[in-house]
Design a protein around this ligand. Structure first.
Ligand code: NAD
Length: 367
């Protein structure tokens, strides 16, 4: 009996799932366990009002199950707003597999995970995330149709990173238009932090437009390679947050806008690909606004990837993917205007417009 392990009062205090800080009225949370393959996964379905919950599967060595649960809760919520603000008929979901993708990911484990996805009958549709490759999604596809991000040979839309970078570029141009009166980035100084799949492609767009690009990464080889290929300058100062630049583009980790960095920022615009850039959405969003730094909401401008996988479900081609991604420019400008009119942060503005779309659809459904 549970009460022999922990007294009822203690259990009440803990509220292990619905009481989590990151719990935000998620519709369904599925814990998946398989002894034979060692699979331990959690699927988070945040909201399905606009459509099936779509979001990638992340395989990560979490320190404990609380971390994994919090990650899936936070990430699946983010997907709801990302799809809603982008105008896609998708809900928000995400999955995490607990373990080391390099040593513990086997075809059997992936197929067992696919069975769990299949058991949800399309309410959740999976895709790639950290620790996953297109080939893993091809394996999942052998078991269930509820997967996107499969290889182009198997009818998928392929690598989403270049299109994500293009959307970030569009969002950055909209921010420049709002802040400087012109969206042309020629001569503007942009610092790209993280020159991986998305960052490198963003550097290419920026250099093609004549921007002065500074790059930072923990991978020295990448720095040398990307600097040579596009004529970007490797950032060499002590502290990149205080760099004298027009735009700071976080394209590596989340939460880089935090108590330790925000006061140092000299950039006039923050626009990048990383998810969850604001360590504290409310507090750091307000501080950026107070300091006159224009923040292009991450979940809005990095939506190119989801637009790319949505194409697999809707059956549209590259031209429509590009059109939808270019529209990030217009939506970003609308968000800036809305945040001025309502005197709220751009993050709050994007969230409230996304929530408005969900609420309107819910009303229609209830009629
Ligand atoms: P990636 O793993 O290819 O690249 C990340 C890069 O950041 C690597 O080069 C890595 O060395 C570097 N890095 C890691 N820690 C760093 C640090 N402390 N300082 C500087 N550089 C550091 O990842 P990606 O696919 O390019 O994605 C980048 C970000 O964009 C991630 O936060 C991801 O969640 C987000 N994102 C990606 C996509 C997509 O389509 N790939 C879509 C939406 C959001």
């Amino acid at each position: 009996m549970i009460s022999e392990v922990l007294p009822f009062n203690e259990l009440k205090k803990v509220d292990p799932v619905f009481g989590q800080l990151s719990f935000d009225n998620h519709e369904q949370i599925v814990f998946c366990n398989d002894k034979d393959t060692g699979l331990k996964a959690i699927i988070g379905i945040h909201n399905t009002v606009l459509g099936p919950a779509l979001g990638g599967t992340r395989m990560w060595q979490y320190n404990n199950e609380w971390e994994a649960l919090n990650d899936v809760l936070r990430l699946s919520r983010g997907m709801t707003f990302k799809s809603a603000i982008t105008g896609l008929n998708l809900g928000g979901g995400k999955a995490v597999i607990i373990g080391d993708a390099k040593t513990q990911k086997t075809p059997e484990l992936m197929k067992k995970f696919a069975e769990f996805v299949h058991s949800l009958s399309g309410k959740y549709i999976t895709a790639e995330d950290v620790g996953m490759e297109t080939s893993d999604m091809d394996l999942v596809r052998e078991i269930t149709p509820y997967v996107t991000g499969i290889s182009e040979e198997k009818g998928g839309a392929g690598n989403p990173s270049p299109i994500t970078a293009y959307g970030v570029f569009m969002g950055m141009k909209a921010a420049a238009k709002y802040k400087f009166g012109t969206d042309h980035l020629e001569g503007r100084k942009v610092l790209v932090q993280g020159i991986g799949h998305v960052g490198e492609s963003l550097v290419e767009h920026l250099r093609n437009e004549g921007a002065e690009v500074l790059i930072a990464d923990i991978n020295e080889n990448r720095l040398a390679e990307v600097s040579k290929k596009y004529g970007a300058t490797v950032f060499s100062g002590d502290d990149l947050y205080s760099a004298d630049v027009d735009v700071y583009a976080p394209c590596a980790l989340g939460a880089t806008i935090n108590d330790g960095t925000i006061e140092k920022l000299n950039a006039k615009i923050v626009a990048g690909a990383a998810n969850n850039q604001l360590a504290d959405e409310k507090k750091h969003g307000e501080l950026l606004k107070k300091r006159g730094i224009v923040y292009a909401p991450d979940f809005l401008i990095n939506a190119g990837g989801i637009i790319n996988v949505y194409a697999e479900l809707e059956g549209y081609g590259k031209a429509e993917i590009v059109r939808k991604t270019e529209n990030i420019y217009n939506t970003t400008l609308e968000i800036f205007e809305h945040s001025d009119a309502k005197n709220c942060t751009t993050h709050e503005s994007a969230l409230s417009i996304a929530q408005g779309r969900i609420d309107a659809r819910k009303l229609e459904q209830e009629k």
